[in-house]
Structure formats: C-alpha cells, structure tokens
Write a protein that binds this ligand. Structure first.
Ligand code: AGP
Length: 642
C-alpha cells in the first residue's frame, strides 16, 4: 500500500529519507526510491527494485547519493505495474524537474494517461501514479505554483491518494495532499516531514498534524501551511504522539514479531489498569454517551484479516457479558449485503492501522444508515478514528511486523473491556447474582496478563524445543517428499501435503482461524482453521501422516468433544499438536506429537492466552523454513486499497 516520506530542513536528506522509509517498509517493500533537490537545486532520483536496504547499499556502492536538504522517499507495494526499477517511485514529469510520490490508486489513470500522451507527455512507467507527475507539470505551466497545480491535478484523478511533490523551481518546499490514504506532517525544529504514518518521524519529532481528506499542505524547514479543499487556510496545531522511538526498535529480539509477541502481557495489563474502575470498565476516549449506547439493540462488528478474527471472538465475548446480539462481517463484504443497520445498531469497526480502505467504507455505510459507530484502533489520529463517533484505543504501540500479534490481543482486551462496560454499566443486570458473576469474571480478567507472562516465561526456557520440533517436522516432510520422488512416476500416489489444520471450538474457533492465518502469512504453508465439529464434514479427508494438526483442547465445556476429534485424527495417523491446560495429564497419555501447555483460565478468556502459542508456532515454523518473518511477501501492513 506504499509508504511515503518527505524531509525538508537543514540536514543531509538522504540518510533521513532512508531511515524514514525503512520505518514505513511494513507498508510495502517491492521497490524503493528517493528524489533529492541537491545543493544546486537539481532534482536527482535514485530508485530500485527491492527493499530499502538494497537501495541504500546501491547508493553506497556507487557512491552516488545526492546531497541536499530536501527530498522525498517512497517504498512500494505494487498495484499497477510490476515491481521493477522503472515502476518504482518517485516519478518524474517530462522536464525531469518535478518529482512525485504516491500512495493509493488512481482509478481513471488509463483515460488520463491517454489524454496526456495525446498532448505529448512521455511516460516511463506502467504505473497509475505517473499521471500525477504529468498532470502537475501541465497545470504548473498554467498556474505557476505547485500548490495550485497539485490541486488541479488531483481534481482530475479518481481514487485514493496521498501525494508528495517537489519541484526544482520551488526549492526548499514540499507540497502534499491526500484523499483516503493516510498522511501526517511531522513538525520539528527547523525541519518538517511528511509521512504515511507517525512511526517514521518519531526519532525526529513527536509533534504531528494529521492531514484531512482534500487538504493541501505546503511545508518548508520552518513552517507548514494547510489549506482546505475550498482554498481557505486551515489552522491546526500539532498533536503530541504518545509512542516513542524505542517502541519502534527491535530491542535485541531477532525479529519485530517476536518482540511484539513478548510485549503482549504488558500491553494488556496496561489497558486493564487504565480502564478499571469501581463500577466496571470506563474509557476516557469513548465520546459516545451512555444514554446513546443504552438505545442500542444490536451490534455489528466489521473488520478485515486478523482484526476480523478479533471481531469473531468479540461476538462470543459480547454475547456472554451483555444482553446484546452480535453479527460479524468482513469489511469487504459488509456494504454489499444490505446489512440491517439503523439507529438501533452499534457498529464496531476494528482496525490496527485505522486506515484499511474496506473498513473505512463500511464505517461510512454504517454512518449513512444512522448507526452509532465505534472504532477500535491502534494508530492514533487515523482516518477511521477521526470519522467514527467514538473510539477505543488499543494502546499496543507501533506494530512493525506485518503479521499482527500484539494488536490482535490488544483488540481482544478492548472488546472484553467494552463488554464489561456495556454489561455492567450500560445494561446493568437486574439480577444481583448475575451482577456478582460479572464482577467475578472481571476479577479473573485482571489476572490474564499474569497467565500470559507465565506462558512466555516457560516458553523462554523451552525455546530450543520449539526449534527442534519444527526441525523434526521439516525433516519428516522432506523425507516423505524424497520417498515420493524416488517412486517411479507411474507408481506415485498423491504428493505429500505440507498443510496445517487448526481446530478449535466455541470461542476458540476464531483462535483456530487466526492461528492458520498467522502461519499462512509468514511461513507460506497452506493452513486452514476449522470449527472442530466441522472436521467430519469435509476437512477430515485431508488427514494422513503429513498435515500438522493443531488442536485447541484447553479446559472448557467442549473439551471432551475435542478429545473425540483428536482420537478421530489419531486413528488416521494425523500428526497432532494439542494446546492443553497445564496439569492435564490425561491428554498426555494419548501419545500425540506435541503438547503445549497453557495456564488455566476460564474458557471466556482463553483466546488471550492461546494466541501466544499459535503466534509462536507460526514464528518457529517460518524460522525453520528460513522465511522473512517481519516482511512476508506480497503483504502490506496497511491495506489502503479496496
Ligand atoms: C494480520 O496479520 C494481517 N497482516 C492483516 O490480516 C490485517 O489484520 C488486516 O489487513 C487488517 O488490518 P487493520 O487491522 O489495520 O485494519
């Protein structure tokens, strides 16, 4: 979904641009590029297929880094045009005096490109973005300022964009705008920045201004001027960002993913402490009045990917702790099915980035239908937060690994907290016994971070075994592959299937889906999550000695049913890993491949603890198969296109 970054100040721009881009790489890493106005105000572009570190290495090797104090940078997630050098950003106009970086999609680029070509513009790439460079060139000739030219250029474009522009004829100035793609301005001392996300500017400044749809910002080293779509000056003071730069570093961990897994107990603990009050759970930031929430008759949770899985768990949580009925939708489907959403509905959008295009579209649809709209987001100041009626922050800090871990459990914690708030304060139970039950559960919720820490402490001790078990799986799989290829082609049966199946029941059915998604994302091995009861309705056909079957068999009312499923898989030679409650000796007698013990909790809170081994299975398998854990292929952290 691309990361954009710009610097204007007094320092050498290139190292700052490269560092900023490396912080934004989670957004895309097919190619990277920079454009710098050098000390004689000449525009110099360096761009390359591959990651930011490859661009940096090439600048080093060729000793051709430009020197100047203003520049733009881009890291790409390809939408239009293959990932190669010429499609990498920045893109130039015909005169090579204007450089443009773009995040988003210009939907009508074909017609714009044809029209520009007919006017004599020469294109060098297959991207949609390049039309913006030529449009700015065309309108600059008419208006004489980049700001006015950019305004006219984006008026011609349909789609989503965050765009940054520099021009040789306006040295010392960056002009930028956005519609439906994120853009912030970082305000420093004698230096200013533009970026797709605050994590890229944290080491320079923690003062940031979010740019609203349609606004144009012009910045030099000492000031920024904002104007609205109507041309009027907009005064907006910077907001202080709570995150700090240490949170965006690996701090000695081999991967961001591992660091983020380990951060989880602390994050959940912090969230609980922040919100706990005598009467239940309170949110400073919620903004929606209790009286408005009390009118709610039904809840709809809408999200994508991992956030959607959090939403699925959220259905169980809210239906257990409140009298409300809950439906859950993928954001990309929500608005196509005429959802029965009106003034009596609470629509909860869950999004780590707060920028996911489908979730944003769902939010707008829900608002149109009169629902009260609540966002659960991690990135402060994001578009989804700004457009929602109210917000609950997950306070997970910057999540850098593309595969979400800490944001997921923080979303779960937010959902538990919201459910306690609704269940105890908005819809207080009339029956005192029920009220006491809810307070007992709340008391247990407080202990969950402790259970998570306990699991991670034991994992630390046992870590070598996790590696050994994954190596053993790898060995077994490769042995069956060898056997297969040694067999004469005419005699070969099915090729061995490296496949992971995750089975869970009730509130841990979504945990199974999330476990499978984590593995797919970073280990590139097919994996599916199923409600264990569904296994006999099809997936059991996949079972032989090859697939690795992860069964969530913690203490719960459905435990015995899960054990029956385990027996059924065992009877078909399945390779089973059971996630069980610590102290369960009975299951150990079943002679399975692996047991992972988690501390005892009630079933309601078990998804928080179970998330940890599921994340770690994916992590260790990906490590064993030597995959790039933090930046999996084809993915981007923030999906700002539909
Ligand atoms: C999670 O590991 C994924 N990378 C992805 O599924 C993600 O959860 C999804 O794209 C939604 O993103 P959001 O939470 O920022 O809206």
């Amino acid at each position: 979904m691309c990361g954009i970054f710009g610097y204007v100040g007094q320092k050498d721009a290139v190292p700052i641009l490269l560092k900023g881009l490396s912080r934004l790489e989670y957004r895309g890493y097919d190619s990277a590029g920079i454009a710098v106005l050098d000390n004689s105000a000449h525009l110099i572009v360096r761009k390359k297929k591959g990651k930011v570190k490859e661009l940096a290495a090439s600048l080093n090797q060729h000793r051709n880094a430009p020197h100047g104090t203003i520049g733009l940078g881009h890291t790409r997630w390809a939408t239009h045009g293959a990932p190669n050098d010429s499609n990498a950003h920045p893109h130039l106009d015909c005169s090579e005096k204007i450089a443009v970086i773009h995040n988003g999609i210009i939907e009508n680029y074909v017609e714009l490109k044809e029209a520009l070509k007919a006017e004599g513009h020469q294109f060098r790439s297959n991207t949609d973005s390049e039309v913006l460079a030529h449009l700015v060139e065309k309108f600059y000739k008419k208006t004489g300022t980049v700001k006015e030219a950019l305004k006219l250029a984006v008026a011609k474009a349909r789609g989503s964009y965050a765009v940054g522009v520099i021009h040789e004829d306006e040295p010392g100035r960056i002009t930028a705008t956005r519609v439906d793609s994120p853009l912030v301005v970082g305000v420093g001392k004698h230096e200013n920045f533009i970026a797709s996300d605050v994590s890229a500017i944290l080491e320079h400044t923690r003062e940031a201004v979010a740019i609203e749809n349609g606004e144009i910002v012009v910045l030099d080293g000492d000031s920024y001027q904002l104007s609205g779509a109507n041309g009027r000056v907009v005064k907006r003071a910077p907001r202080h960002v709570q995150w700090n730069v240490e949170e965006a570093e690996k701090q000695g961990y081999a991967h961001f993913m591992l660091k983020e897994i380990f951060e989880q107990p602390g994050i959940i603990e912090g969230l609980i402490q922040k919100r706990l009050c005598k009467t239940g759970m309170r949110f400073e930031e919620l903004k929606i009045k209790k009286s408005r929430l009390a009118q709610v008759k039904n809840v709809h949770i809408v999200a994508c990917g991992t956030s959607y899985h959090a939403g699925l768990v959220g259905k169980y949580i809210l239906e257990t702790l409140t009298p409300l009925t809950v439906s859950v939708d993928n954001s990309s489907e929500f608005r196509y099915r005429d959802p029965k959403v009106d003034r009596s509905s609470l629509v909860i959008l869950i999004s780590q980035s707060g920028e996911t295009a489908d979730t944003l579209a769902a939010l707008r649809e829900a608002k149109k239908r009169g629902a009260v709209v609540l966002a659960i987001v991690n990135v402060l100041g994001s578009t989804i937060e700004r457009e929602a009626d109210g917000v609950i922050y997950t306070y997970a800090g910057p999540e850098i690994a593309v595969a979400s871990t800490k944001a997921y459990t923080a979303q779960l914690a937010a959902l538990y907290s919201l459910a306690f708030h609704l269940g105890l304060e908005v819809f207080p139970p009339k029956n005192p016994k029920r009220k006491a039950e809810l307070f007992d559960l709340l008391a247990e919720f407080k202990k969950i971070p402790g259970a998570m820490s306990e699991f991670l402490a034991e994992y630390r001790i046992d870590r070598a075994n996790w590696d050994a078990n994954c190596a053993e799986y790898n060995r077994r799989y490769h042995k069956s592959l060898e056997r297969y290829f040694k067999t004469a082609p005419a005699k070969r049966k099915r090729a061995p299937n490296a496949f992971f199946m995750y089975l869970g029941r009730n509130i841990n059915y979504p945990s199974a889906l999330e476990g499978a998604l984590k593995l797919k994302e970073i280990a590139y091995i097919s994996a599916e999550g199923y409600a264990a009861g569904e296994m006999k309705h099809g997936p059991i056909a996949l079972i032989d000695e090859n697939p690795w079957v992860v069964c969530i068999a913690v203490d719960s009312p459905t435990y015995e049913k899960m054990i029956s499923n385990i027996e059924e898989i065992k009877a078909r030679s399945g390779l089973i890993t059971a996630i069980v409650t610590k102290g369960n000796e009975a299951v150990k007698k079943l002679g399975l491949y692996l047991y992972i013990e988690v501390p005892k909790t009630s079933e309601l809170f078990s998804p928080l603890v179970i998330a940890l081994p599921l994340q770690l299975i994916a992590y260790h398998v990906a490590k064993e198969f030597k995959e790039e854990i933090d930046q999996p292929r084809n993915l981007a952290k923030s999906v700002t296109v539909e």
